[in-house]
Design a protein around this ligand. Structure first.
Ligand SMILES: [Zn+2]
Length: 346
């Protein structure tokens, strides 16, 4: 896997050295970089939508002007990086063009800049299509530190989701005969613990904090690719988030909703949870990431609908076996109300 390059102001240096490039970004990071860039992009794409129809339109509009010498640069959060990945994949697939892809996250809120799979949306649902591998991943501390702190802190959740995903894995192994590997399992625990040990640096979004977040992502993505799927990192916490999104059609800060759902998963996994609720609750508290339903504007009614729907939802969507498939969990009305009381008091 591609190892990121770290440094101060290295995003500007890179842009000034590139030939022709198409820049996929957002207003905020581009406003910061623009005054220092003397080598202007051939085209700037400010994209906020990962809807597949919209991406296709973008691709078609670029098709006429693109040349083999162009690079595609993604600077921003998940949307900018995934859009850049999508375009590079599309140009390769349809036109056989191998354009250099360079990703520079301006915020460490999701692991999109490291994953080769491309997350797009159709009918409000996330689908993964295609793969593209960046030639370079650039971690510019100065740029990332200019983003709101809480968004960078929210980047912990796709790694810390290991803490609930591992309980699901154990369940899937014992109840559903799924393969299990003690070594991979132990490595996942170490990744989560290392992240928790960096909590003060993460809270302050220092250079070491950013490095810890990126390292967590790098190790988690490598571990999942070694194992062959996202089992060590993704489970019921993600599934409940998808279920809530399918009800509200809202876009939440991924780290916040996953954070809330990790605690719900640990609560429902009960004695099979691999981490204690208190340990994870304290971690979110210490890094000052608010994961309460209130902070997400998720009402008890929405939680109630989601918890009523989740067990059929995971089967209908063919999601991996988790606590929501387990006969151990009887998600009846009292249990749902108890869970809502638990999470609203967090
Ligand atoms: Zn995620």
């Amino acid at each position: 896997m591609m190892k990121p390059v770290y440094g101060n102001n290295i995003s500007v240096d890179e842009l000034n050295e590139i030939n022709n490039y198409i820049l996929v970004t957002m207003d905020e990071p581009w406003e910061l970089l623009k005054p220092h860039v003397i080598n202007d992009p051939s085209k700037i794409i400010l994209n906020r939508s990962m809807d597949i129809a919209h991406l296709e339109q973008l691709y078609s509009s670029l098709k006429k002007t693109i040349e083999e010498s162009y690079s595609i640069i993604g600077i921003g959060g998940g949307t900018s990086c995934d859009t850049a990945k999508y375009l590079s994949w599309r140009f390769k697939k349809d036109m056989g063009m191998d354009l250099d892809l360079i990703l520079m996250p301006s915020i460490i809120s999701v692991d999109a800049f490291l994953c080769s799979s491309i997350a797009v949306r159709s009918d409000n649902k996330v689908n993964y299509i295609g793969e593209s591998t960046p030639k370079k991943i650039i971690i510019d501390y100065n740029l990332i530190q200019k983003a709101p702190k809480y968004l960078n802190r929210a980047g912990v959740s796709d790694t810390i989701s290991i803490t609930s995903a591992l309980g699901d894995w154990k369940l899937a192994h014992s109840e559903n005969n799924e393969p299990f590997d003690q070594k991979i399992f132990a490595q996942a625990i170490t990744i989560a613990k290392d992240l928790m040990n960096a909590r003060n640096e993460i809270k302050d979004v220092t250079r070491r904090g950013i490095k810890a977040l990126v390292d967590g992502f790098v190790r988690e993505v490598a571990l999942c690719s070694q194992w062959g799927n996202a089992r060590p990192e993704e489970g019921s916490e993600h599934f409940l988030a998808y279920c809530i999104e399918s009800i509200t059609h809202s876009h939440y800060i991924h780290g916040q909703i996953i954070g809330m759902d990790i605690l719900i998963s640990l609560y429902l996994q009960d004695d099979l949870a691999q981490f204690s609720i208190e340990e994870i609750r304290k971690f979110f508290h210490d890094i000052e990431l608010n994961i309460s339903p209130n902070s997400l504007s998720i009402s008890s009614d929405i939680l109630r609908s989601a918890l009523k729907k989740i067990q059929t939802y995971v089967k209908k969507e063919n999601l991996m076996y988790s606590i929501y498939n387990s006969p151990r969990l009887e998600l009846n009305t009292p249990k749902i109300e108890e869970t809502i009381r638990f999470i609203t008091k967090i």
